[in-house]
Design a protein around this ligand. Structure first.
Ligand code: RIB
Ligand code: CA
Length: 326
């Protein structure tokens, strides 16, 4: 049965790949995309998501503009990672079209108010925090909430201890986790502990191009600067594609394993954006989060290749060979 989903994101290279996976998965009815500033300014996010939807042949998906800055801290983008245009410096042709007349908040309230709608959050959680402040009952109506963000035992990617989405707007992340703790709600945190295992390598990218030249070429185009960033910053031959794992987990809960724990997010200071995961229950608080600690990269890439690239079962065995060759 199809499940209605809203993707809240900051496209963004890996956000774009996540949207591609969602659009090619028949279990998902993508009700709409809400945008937040993060990897790049809001207007770039809009420009980029239109390019992705155009490429995927899905121009009619509602795209709603959300927060253009964090709740409190100054906005800091991730252009050094995602390129000057937020899409790997691919400079794809602009796609005409205006955003939906509804703001992200209006759209979230309207869709969640119908019931039976889930949210996959792939960027800073400013829109969701504003929703809690404005209409907590709408937020509480979320059927399943999955967030790419945070880090438990893995080192940060924007500070020694923080992951970018939760660091970019720490007050929003803290507000969401605090609200969930008070309301008895629940979030699945797909953090760096698991997304670091999802590395698009040169051989996997070449395999993409061999199996599906059109999609492979598009992914190569948008990941160009992403490979360079990972080499310069982590001496990694490949690029970590964080966001698609959140969609893959939504599709297949066997994709990741983790722990249930009370989790909070540090708002400021040297630990800004750090996740405090109470694994040993020192605080005797009810778990508000499933914190993912393990995943299977081959299982992820098999799903991605099948859905986005149309790979046959026979082709999928080549993925294992690519992964083992690294
Ligand atoms: O830290 C990785 C996350 O921050 C990803 O969602 C990436 O797109 C950026 O938003
Ligand atoms: Ca993102």
């Amino acid at each position: 049965m199809k499940r209605r989903v809203i993707i809240d994101c900051d496209p963004g290279i890996d956000d774009s790949m996540a949207i591609m996976l969602a659009l090619r998965s028949e279990e998902i009815e993508l009700a709409g995309i809400t945008l937040t500033a993060g990897n790049c300014p809001l207007e770039s996010c809009f420009s980029n998501v239109k390019k992705v939807l155009h490429h995927m042949g899905c121009p009619d998906i509602p795209v709603c503009l959300g927060a253009d800055r964090p709740l409190k801290v100054p906005f800091v983008n991730a252009k050094p990672v995602h390129g000057c245009d937020g899409l790997g410096g691919s400079d794809l042709p602009e796609v005409p079209g205006a955003p939906d007349i509804r703001t992200a908040l209006d759209f979230l309230k309207e869709e969640l108010g119908k019931g039976g709608c889930s949210v996959i959050a792939l960027g800073p959680m400013t829109n969701l925090a504003q929703l809690i402040m404005e209409s907590p009952e709408s937020f509480d109506a979320i059927e399943e909430l999955v967030s790419m963000g945070g880090s438990f035992k893995s080192h940060g990617n924007i500070s020694p201890v923080a992951e970018f989405n939760y660091w970019c707007d720490p007050d929003a992340a803290a507000l969401v986790y605090d609200h969930l703790a008070k309301s008895g709600g629940h979030i699945t945190m797909i953090g760096l502990d698991v997304t670091r295992r999802i590395v698009l390598t040169p051989s996997l990218l070449s395999l993409m191009e061999r199996l599906n030249p059109r999609e492979g070429a598009f992914i190569r185009k948008i990941t160009g600067s992403y490979f360079d960033f990972h080499w310069k910053s982590e001496r990694l031959i490949g690029c970590i594609v964080n966001d698609p794992l959140a969609v893959a987990y939504f599709l297949d809960h066997g994709m990741c394993r983790g722990i249930e724990a009370y989790t909070a997010v540090a708002r400021d200071g040297i630990c800004r954006g750090q996740c405090v995961v109470d694994e040993k229950a020192y605080y005797h608080r009810q778990a508000n989060a499933a914190v993912m600690t393990d995943t299977d990269a081959a299982r992820f890439f098999r799903l991605f290749f099948r859905r986005v690239l149309g790979a046959s079962e026979a082709d999928l065995d080549l993925i294992d060979r690519c992964l083992m060759a690294e």
